[in-house]
Design a protein around this ligand. Structure first.
Ligand SMILES: NC(=O)c1ccc[n+]([C@@H]2O[C@H](COP(=O)([O-])OP(=O)(O)OC[C@H]3O[C@@H](n4cnc5c(N)ncnc54)[C@H](OP(=O)(O)O)[C@@H]3O)[C@@H](O)[C@H]2O)c1
Length: 307
């Protein structure tokens, strides 16, 4: 089977395709034939900025080819999605059953990778913001896979105003289509009227304007892999607060909540109240092109690889 790997950290050009043996599912594991693989900013960062090469995990959807000892919740032929610990940019990968979930028969593998993980990050960050009725919400990285779904959670949740912040206002039509009332560019001198909640998917130097966008008593939820620091004085003068949100912690520590959110999310998707945006589906062998797209900040929604 073919997989994509890298042997030294760097830009998209370090990725290469190779033949590899078919992995064996161990106890509690599923061997999955990948039909869609989601490319994420954290994976792109791992390749460029990691201290040493590590398996490209990603998020995959496909069908179960075989199951390891002790697996009870899945059978050969099941449509599944999940996060592999090992090589995920591959025709075949191994998922631990605790990291896998079923895909409804009416949904496609591309739907699954565009919706499940990104949507649960958006859902969790939105919930962490404890938004009240009629409050306003601003989302940064609003055109990313997570950001676009966060806009919709805010819209569906009854926000009085939904503001999308993007690096390039050429993304305006896209984010308006997902429910934004207003669009601001990161470099704009003002981000408009202050908001009650900021969901930040960028971090770094953008945290300063993001905190300044908060109304008195506002909350900022940091969900990015971008790091950065927050000036406590800027929080103090607004009686504002900041918190972080990490989806993996919910999946690990609150599995029942995670499962409930996931089921609710599929229902929102089935009934058209939540939409995914897929920027491009790119052949697995061209994974470097997918990474370059994300590094260039050019994507409107999810970038998907197909083996
Ligand atoms: N907390 C969690 O559990 C969790 C889980 C997964 C992902 N995330 C985070 O959610 C954010 C969005 O992830 P995603 O998978 O939805 O991204 P994605 O679909 O791959 O989109 C990437 C987009 O993010 C924006 N971005 C922000 N900082 C960037 C940077 N330093 N380099 C390139 N693009 C950057 C860009 O839009 P603009 O140019 O318009 O900013 C870019 O188009 C990321 O920060 C990611 O780390 C968090």
């Amino acid at each position: 089977m073919r997989r994509v790997r890298y042997e030294k950290n760097g830009g998209p050009e370090v990725l290469f395709v190779e033949e590899a043996p078919v992995p064996e599912p161990g106890p509690g594991e599923l061997l999955v034939r990948c039909e869609a693989i989601g490319v994420t900013l954290p994976a792109v960062r791992k390749v460029r900025e990691g201290k040493e090469p590590a398996p490209l995990g990603g998020e995959v959807a496909g069908s179960v080819v075989s199951v390891g000892p002790g697996v009870t919740g899945f059978a050969v032929g099941d449509a599944v999605t999940g996060l592999p610990f090992t090589d995920g940019y591959a025709e075949l990968t191994v998922l631990h059953e605790t990291m896998a979930s079923h895909v409804p028969a009416w949904a496609s593998p591309v739907d699954a990778v565009a919706l499940v993980r990104s949507g649960l990050v958006a859902r969790g960050a939105y919930a962490a913001g404890r938004v009240g009725p009629g409050e306003s919400v601003l989302v940064t990285a609003a055109a990313s896979a997570v950001g676009g779904l966060a806009l919709q959670y805010a819209r569906n949740g009854g926000a009085s105003r939904v503001v999308a912040a993007v690096s390039d206002t050429a993304k305006a039509a896209h984010v308006r289509g997902l429910g934004a009332d207003e669009v601001v560019g990161y470099g704009d001198s003002t981000w408009g009227e202050p908001v009650d909640l900021v969901l930040d998917g960028v971090g770094g130097e953008l945290l300063a304007p993001a905190v300044r966008a908060l109304a008195p008593g506002g909350r900022l939820v940091a969900f990015s892999s971008g790091g950065g620091s927050i000036d406590a004085y800027e929080l103090l003068v607004r009686s504002a607060s900041a918190t972080g949100f990490r989806m993996a912690a919910v999946a690990r520590d609150q599995p029942e909540r995670y499962t409930r959110w996931r089921e609710e999310q599929w229902e929102l998707f089935r009934t058209g109240r939540l939409r995914t945006a897929v920027h491009a589906t790119i052949p697995l062998a061209e994974a470097a092109r997918a990474h370059a797209l994300i590094e260039a900040r050019a994507n409107l929604g999810k970038v998907v690889l197909t083996p």
